[in-house]
Design a binder for this molecule. Structure first.
Ligand SMILES: Nc1ncnc2c1ncn2[C@@H]1O[C@H](COP(=O)(O)OP(=O)(O)OP(=O)(O)O)[C@@H](O)[C@H]1O
Ligand SMILES: [Mg+2]
Length: 419
C-alpha cells in the first residue's frame, strides 16, 4: 500500500466510514447493491468468486451513431471491488462505454448487467452508481457540505443521518475544514475531492470516473492518484476509471482495458500488458518502446528470426500471425537493451549519438549501422562519449515481433511513450 504523510488519519477515517456503511445498509434509498460493496474493508474483498467476477457484464454491446460504430461488440466482465481502467486514444470509445454503464446512453445492441440483472430499463439515478467527471460538475451556488449532501437529500435520507455522513465523506477526502465554502473558493484539486466525496457519500456499489484528474497539474494529479487508490483499497468499492494517461493507468489499476477504434484490443494486469503486449498498438501505447521494421526470415515455434535493414538479424518472440517473408514490427523496451551484451541472444555494435540525464537514470541514444537510433536505459553514473562504439544486445524473450501495419487513426509504434 502506498503511504503519504496523512495516511494513518486517512485510513482511520476510511475504516470508520466502511464500518458505518455496514451498520447503515438500509438508510440509502436504492442501496440494495451498495451495502454489499462497502460491507467489508479491502481485506475482505472477495475476489475470484464466480458471482463477484461478473459484478458488471457487457454482453455483445454495440453503440452506433448513424452508421458510425462508436463501440463494437464489447464483451467485458468487471469483478466486484476491482479497479478497472479504460485506456486509449481520443475517440476510441471509452466515454461512450462508461456512459452506457451509467445509463446516460443506451446500447444500440447487447446487454449490460449489474449484479446479475440487466440495467436496460433502469434510469441512471436507479443504478446506484457514483460518477466523477473531469470538470467536477459541482453546484456553484451550494456550499461544499450541501454539494456532498445532495445525493443523500434526493434519496430522501433523513436529516439526522445526512450531517454525520457528509462529515465522514469530507473527512475521507480531508476537506472537513472547508465545508462552508463555495466551490469557487477552492483549488482545482480541492474541488475534485468534493466531487469524489459526493460520489462516495451514498455508498454506491460502483463508481465511474471519466478523466477525473485531467484538469490538475502533474504533482497534484500524482497525489490524488495515491489518495484514490487508498480510498479504493479501504472501501473495496468497484471503480471503472477512464484516462488517456498510461502511467496513471499502470499505477492505479488492477486491470487495464486498452481501447482502439471502439473495441477493447487487450485487457490485463498492468505488468501483463507491459511485458506481453498482444499487438504493436498496445506495445506502443503502454510504456516506451523501440520500434524496428524487419522481414521474417524463419519461424520456429513461438520464436522467429527477423532481418533488419542492412542485413542485421535478430531473434524475437512471434506474436500473432507471423509468416516467413512477411514484414514485421519489432518492439524492445529501453530497459531491456543491455550494454556489453554478455547475456544477450542478439548482439549489435552501435555508436553513441548522445546521452540524456534523468536523475535516477540516463537515456542513451545508440545508432545501429542501419541508421536506426535506439533508446537505451542506462545507469546514471555511466560515462560514454558521443561517437564511442558500444556493444548492445537483447534477449529473444525481450524482443516481440508483431505483424506490420499502421494502426488505425495513424498511430504507429514509435520510440517514445504515447499517452
Ligand atoms: N452523440 C454522438 N454522436 C455522434 N458521434 C458520437 C457521439 N458521441 C460520441 N461520438 C463519437 O464516438 C466516438 C467515441 O467517442 P468517446 O467520447 O467514447 O471517445 P473517448 O475514447 O472517450 O475519447 P476522449 O479520450 O477524447 O474523451 C468518437 O469518434 C466520437 O466522435
Ligand atoms: Mg472521453
Amino acid at each position: 500500500m502506498v503511504s503519504t504523510g496523512q495516511s494513518s488519519s486517512l485510513r482511520e477515517a476510511l475504516a470508520e466510514s466502511a464500518h458505518s456503511a455496514t451498520g447503515q445498509q438500509g438508510t440509502a434509498a436504492g442501496g440494495k447493491t451498495g451495502a454489499a460493496a462497502t460491507s467489508k474493508p479491502a481485506a475482505g474483498r472477495e475476489k475470484g468468486k464466480p458471482a463477484d467476477a461478473k459484478f458488471v457484464e457487457f454482453i455483445d454491446v454495440e453503440k452506433t451513431y448513424g452508421n458510425f460504430h462508436a463501440v463494437r461488440r464489447l464483451n467485458l466482465s468487471i469483478g466486484r471491488g476491482e479497479f478497472l481502467t479504460f485506456l486509449g486514444p481520443s475517440g476510441s470509445g471509452k466515454t461512450t462505454t462508461l456512459n452506457m454503464l451509467a445509463g446516460f446512453e443506451r446500447p444500440s445492441q447487447g446487454v449490460i448487467t449489474l449484479d446479475g440483472k440487466s440495467v436496460d430499463r433502469l434510469p441512471p439515478y436507479d443504478r446506484n452508481i457514483g460518477m466523477v467527471f473531469q470538470n467536477y460538475a459541482l453546484f456553484p451556488h451550494m456550499s461544499v457540505a450541501d454539494n456532498v449532501a445532495f445525493p443523500l437529500s434526493v434519496r430522501k435520507v433523513s436529516k439526522a443521518d445526512i450531517g454525520p455522513r457528509v462529515t465522514r465523506a469530507l473527512e475521507m477526502v480531508r476537506l472537513e475544514r472547508f465545508k462552508d465554502r463555495k466551490p469557487t473558493q477552492l483549488s482545482g484539486g480541492q474541488q475534485q475531492r468534493v466531487a469524489l466525496a459526493r460520489a462516495l457519500v451514498y455508498q454506491p456499489s460502483l463508481v465511474l470516473m471519466d478523466e477525473p484528474l485531467g484538469a490538475l497539474d502533474k504533482k497534484l494529479r500524482e497525489h490524488m492518484q495515491i489518495e484514490l487508490k487508498q480510498i479504493h483499497e479501504m472501501l473495496g468499492v468497484t471503480i471503472v476509471y477512464v484516462t488517456h494517461d498510461q502511467s496513471e493507468a499502470l499505477t492505479m489499476s488492477d486491470r487495464v482495458a486498452i481501447f482502439e477504434n471502439g473495441a477493447i484490443v487487450q485487457i490485463g494486469t498492468p505488468d501483463g500488458l507491459y511485458n506481453e503486449p498482444a499487438t504493436a498498438f498496445v506495445a506502443s501505447f503502454i510504456g516506451e518502446n523501440n520500434a524496428l521494421d524487419g522481414i521474417v526470415e524463419r519461424v520456429d515455434g513461438d520464436q522467429c528470426l527477423v532481418t533488419l535493414p542492412t542485413g542485421l538479424r535478430t531473434t524475437a518472440m512471434a506474436i500473432g500471425d507471423i509468416r516467413p517473408g512477411a514484414p514485421v514490427q519489432l518492439a524492445v523496451r529501453p530497459e531491456r537493451i543491455a550494454g556489453g551484451g554478455d547475456h544477450s541472444d542478439n548482439r549489435f555494435l552501435a555508436t553513441v549519438d548522445g546521452r540524456i540525464y534523468h536523475g535516477d537514470h540516463q537515456r542513451l541514444l545508440a545508432r545501429l549501422p542501419s541508421g536506426q537510433v535506439l533508446t537505451v536505459k542506462i545507469s546514471p553514473d555511466a560515462t560514454m562519449a558521443t561517437g564511442e562504439a558500444i556493444d548492445l544486445g537483447w534477449r529473444t524473450a525481450d524482443c516481440r515481433a508483431f505483424p506490420a501495419g499502421v494502426a488505425p487513426d495513424g498511430i504507429t509504434a514509435n520510440t517514445g511513450s504515447v499517452s
